[in-house]
Ligand binder design. Sequence first.
Ligand code: PMP
Length: 360
Amino acid sequence: MSRVHNFSAGPAALPDAVLEQIRADIPDWSGTGMSVMEISHRSKEFVALAERAERNVRDLLGVPDDYSVLFLQGGATLQFAMTALNLSQPGDTADFVVTGHWGRKAVKEAQRFCTVNIAADAEESNYSHIPDEGSWNKSADAAYLHYTPNETIGGVEFAFIPESGDVPLVADMSSTILSRPIDVSRFGVIYAGAQKNIGPAGITLVIVRNDLVGKARADAPTLLTYKAYADSGSMTNTPPAFAWYVAGLVFQWLKDQGGLSAMAETNERKASKLYAAIDGSDFYSNPVQVDCRSWMNVPFVLADATLDGAFLEESKAAGLTHLKGHRSVGGMRASIYNAVGEASVDALIDFMQHFEKTRA
Ligand code: PMP
């Protein structure tokens, strides 16, 4: 295979071993004489795949028994609404901590269904820090507290889990899930679109504490209730079978790598060396406060923005793709998810240093 160093924020790089497995499985998956896209989701082979995927998520993340592991559609964006529909009733208030673009979007969607209290908003630092937890203005009777553990665009990541007391903590983990171990028991709902650390777009992982299932508002459509998925093994209707299958291969790959502790070690090392390269140069900079820099998404700017075009063109020619920052912030961003190997990060650092030398 001829593969580039892919720094895409999502859909993002998948492990080579997973792609090879897909290629081998396509004509004849699991001895069925057909691909996984051509078989009933009710078949024993597919049901076994679904059960294995759930088991592996439970193993990898240490999901307690009183939580359901669900596979949905609609991406993380649908969860902005589904969390509100399932955890609040009309007139309830939900607390939100906003540390970037995606948290803001989550607020907008939740506001369609409940009252939103912005407990904290990092806008004053242009989303380059996390407001001190002690200063959060939480409401007395929130239906839930929502935050974004990793903001994919700003590159701001929580190194701690907020304390929410009895209020269910809801986390959009789209761009950090499976990058390190987490204590699932601290959360009411964890959700993540797949297309970064899980697999292809089209499937969404939701981990929900069982006492929060079955409380959706009465007029919520069936497919927007967690209960429908919890009651049916996430087969309320025809699921995105191919995406589910690939996610299952990624879960197995993660186990083969040594699980999330091993991933965390590698991810921290990858991120540290990239930040060190950025901080060690006057040519590049990263605006995020050091204690909340993301391990997964590393934005950086060139001191001379007129060189952005040349940087992107030459990096692409060197086999490094998708380094352009999100259109809302500009500059560069390297997304270095689980499947982006250390060699890719090394190649990026080499390129950055080479580019700086040719321009200095
Ligand atoms: N939340 C975060 C943190 C994201 O990074 C993204 C996508 N980049 C979304 C939500 C939206 O995800 P989706 O496209 O799956 O709806």
